[in-house]
Design a protein around this ligand. Structure first.
Ligand code: RFL
Ligand code: PHB
Length: 389
């Protein structure tokens, strides 16, 4: 079998890239090691930057997002038993859209199916080959048979544990990493959100986040030790802990109910450089991970897709390799700014086990400065709504 671009991974990066390419007449095949329902069962991101929304519009998958997504013009920071609103719209002229990653993925999968494009689910032992030549190919196994797809380019959209980054010789790649000494315990419940916008709370007991998926579905997180087990967190314990970490006015807005998803995620910053090795490009979580505090992971995946799509489009349309050659540099320039922002938000809002009293006062001063200085608020807002790409 032959195609122009083999895309490894059917998450939001792979699906969005595949759709943009197909809309421009560029053939592609997506391979994923799991099936559609498994991918749609993962609860992940919830906040889309305007640039991500525009890219989904360009891909032709924005109808439901515009109907059901919630426009948010601000967020609140909570500390010292008070809410402090950051007016994103007034400070930047932009807003964010609350629309779950699950829904984005669903829309992209539906569009791909309707366009008659090929996705091979349950593909085992996917392996990219010869990407340092002009004739790369990808092998995989399915239903006991071995297959090979020849192509011009391979896009590694296979997340942080995928095969693409692992296939690059170790001496060709440099990695940068920071682990944080805590995780996020997240729940989803069919209850109305505490507030109409997101609340990021810094509290002596630890960070908490009030988010949502719709006007009747809430997503909440609390910072927890890395070795906590889900079994130790009954719904009742979760709701109690969440309320204790919020200002009274926000806690009063919490409607409790049974959770239908509960999980603990570790927090990590990670970047691999470069993001391209000959004809293999890494995209999204395959190349970088950010802690979720800045809501940047999915949005960074979208900006990577944008740069790679432009490179591939110019290659096939104009015969120009300039965009492909620039991919890693263009993507990484934006990646590092989002890595910085996510690290900064994480540092400012969480309790670190080894923070001394000096560090504690610095954190308090930073939050106070942030909400009372228009310049500092504008900087947060500019990053939160997303730097241009
Ligand atoms: P994905 O979504 O991990 O998709 C990768 C796909 O590749 C497949 N795969 C393979 N296929 C073939 N062969 C192999 N060897 C393979 N190995 C893996 C996998 O099955 C999968 O289908 O990566 P992608 O597309 O780059 O998308 C990245 C986003 O998923 C991620 O950045 C965000 O979810 C991060 N994130 C958030 N991002 C935001 O922008 N805003 C948020 O509010 C936000 N909240 C979050 C988050 C991530 C979270 N978790 C659990 C990690 C909240 C949480 C809790
Ligand atoms: C979410 O709704 O899952 C969410 C929102 C904002 C974040 C992280 C996660 O910063």
């Amino acid at each position: 079998m032959r195609t122009q671009v083999v895309i490894i991974g059917s998450g939001p990066s792979g699906l969005l890239l595949g759709q943009l390419l197909a809309n421009n007449g560029i053939d592609n095949v997506i391979l994923d090691r799991v099936d559609r329902d498994y991918i749609l069962g993962r609860v992940r991101a919830g906040v889309l930057e305007q640039g991500t929304v525009e890219l989904l519009e360009e891909a032709g998958v924005s109808r439901r997002m515009h109907e059901e997504g919630l426009r948010h013009d601000g967020i609140s920071l909570a500390f010292d038993n008070r809410l402090h609103r950051i007016d994103l719209a007034a400070l930047t002229g932009k807003h964010v859209t609350v629309y779950g990653q699950t829904e984005v993925t669903h829309d992209l999968m539906d569009k791909r199916e309707a366009s008659g494009l090929s996705t091979i689910y349950d593909a085992a032992n996917v392996q990219p080959h010869e990407f340092d030549t002009d004739t790369p190919y990808v092998t995989y196994e399915k239903d006991g048979a071995s297959h090979r797809i020849d192509c011009d380019f391979i896009a590694g959209c296979d997340g942080s544990h995928g095969v693409s980054r692992r296939s690059v010789p170790q001496d060709a790649i440099r990695t940068f990493e920071r682990s944080y000494p805590f995780g996020w315990l997240g729940i989803m419940a069919e209850v109305p959100p505490a507030d109409h916008e997101l609340i990021y709370a810094n509290h002596p007991r630890g960070f908490a986040l009030c988010s949502m998926r719709s006007e009747h579905r809430s997503r909440y997180y609390v910072q927890c030790p890395l070795d906590d087990r889900i079994e130790d967190w009954s719904d009742e314990r979760f709701w109690d802990e969440l309320r204790r970490r919020l200002p009274e006015e926000a806690a009063a807005g919490i409607t409790t109910g049974p959770s239908f998803e509960k999980s603990i995620a570790p927090l990590r910053s990670f970047v691999a450089e470069p993001m391209q090795f000959g004809r293999l490009s890494l995209v999204g979580d395959a190349a970088h991970i950010v802690p979720p505090t800045g809501a940047k992971g999915l949005n960074l995946a979208a900006s990577d897709v944008h740069y790679l799509f432009e490179g591939l489009r110019d290659y096939y349309r104009d015969g120009s390799s300039a965009g492909m050659e620039a991919y890693s540099g263009r993507a990484l320039a934006r990646v590092w700014k989002a890595v910085r922002f996510s690290w900064w938000m994480t540092t400012m809002l969480h309790r670190f086990p080894d923070t001394d009293s000096f560090g504690q006062r610095i954190q308090e001063a930073e939050l106070d400065y942030l909400v009372h200085s228009q310049v500092a608020s504008a900087s947060l807002a500019e990053n939160y709504v997303g730097l241009p790409f």
